[in-house]
Design a protein around this ligand. Structure first.
Ligand code: IMP
Ligand code: MG
Length: 185
């Protein structure tokens, strides 16, 4: 595994939970699955809604494995709460650029933890009358879930650990790691 050197220079990192190779393989599979599922959905292209900032890395890799027409838009949300626990009270920092009415919308998220952020997003975007609204999350922590949500596409189920890398941060650090690692407490 080509990671120990990287672990050594970023203090505070624990074990690697998802390697760079596993990420690339799974992201390719998800891209192929999404391409098949949305292939016959006229008239407008699938709209990928990336949730800033964490999902940017996943979204940009995922898009390259989707071989049907897609458009992309972004939302930024802040979830009130402590550094590691969201409260479910969500504030929109950046809204979508365009209407999603009658569109096939796929929310692309980095991780579903309690599920409260995603629950808010599903309600908020759902009220804008998209034609379909689904979720693609790279990671999920089932043990932490507080609300039951329909997540159509999931990359990996991980244990109840705080993780960083491949877009995920702790106080804005470690997003640039090419793998997902647990943060040592
Ligand atoms: P939720 O509302 O509890 O599901 O939290 C969702 C958001 O919290 C995610 O979009 C992440 O930004 C952040 N988050 C949750 N767990 C982690 C983690 O293990 N590492 C980094 N960010 C996390
Ligand atoms: Mg996030």
């Amino acid at each position: 595994m080509a990671t120990p050197a990287r672990l050594a220079v970023e203090p505070g990192l624990g074990e690697v939970l998802v390697t760079a190779e596993d990420l690339q393989r799974r992201v390719a599979e998800l891209g192929e699955q999404i391409s098949r599922d949305y292939e016959a959905r006229p008239p407008r292209p699938l709209l990928l809604v990336g949730v800033l900032k964490g999902a940017v890395f996943f979204l940009s890799d995922l898009m390259r494995f989707i071989d049907i027409p897609v458009e992309v838009d972004f939302m930024a949300v802040a979830s009130y709460g402590s550094a590691t626990d969201s409260s479910g009270v969500v504030r929109i920092l950046k809204d979508l650029d365009a209407s999603i009415e009658d569109r096939d919308v796929l929310i692309v998220e980095d991780i579903v933890d309690s599920g409260l952020t995603l629950q808010y997003l599903l309600r908020n975007l759902g009220s804008r009358n998209p034609r379909t609204l689904e979720v693609c999350a790279l990671l999920t922590k089932p043990d932490r879930r507080k609300v039951d949500l329909p997540t159509r596409y999931v990359g990996f189920e991980i244990p109840d650990r705080f993780v960083v890398g491949y877009g995920l941060d702790h106080a804005e650090r470690h997003r640039n790691l090419p793998f997902v690692a647990a943060l040592e407490s």
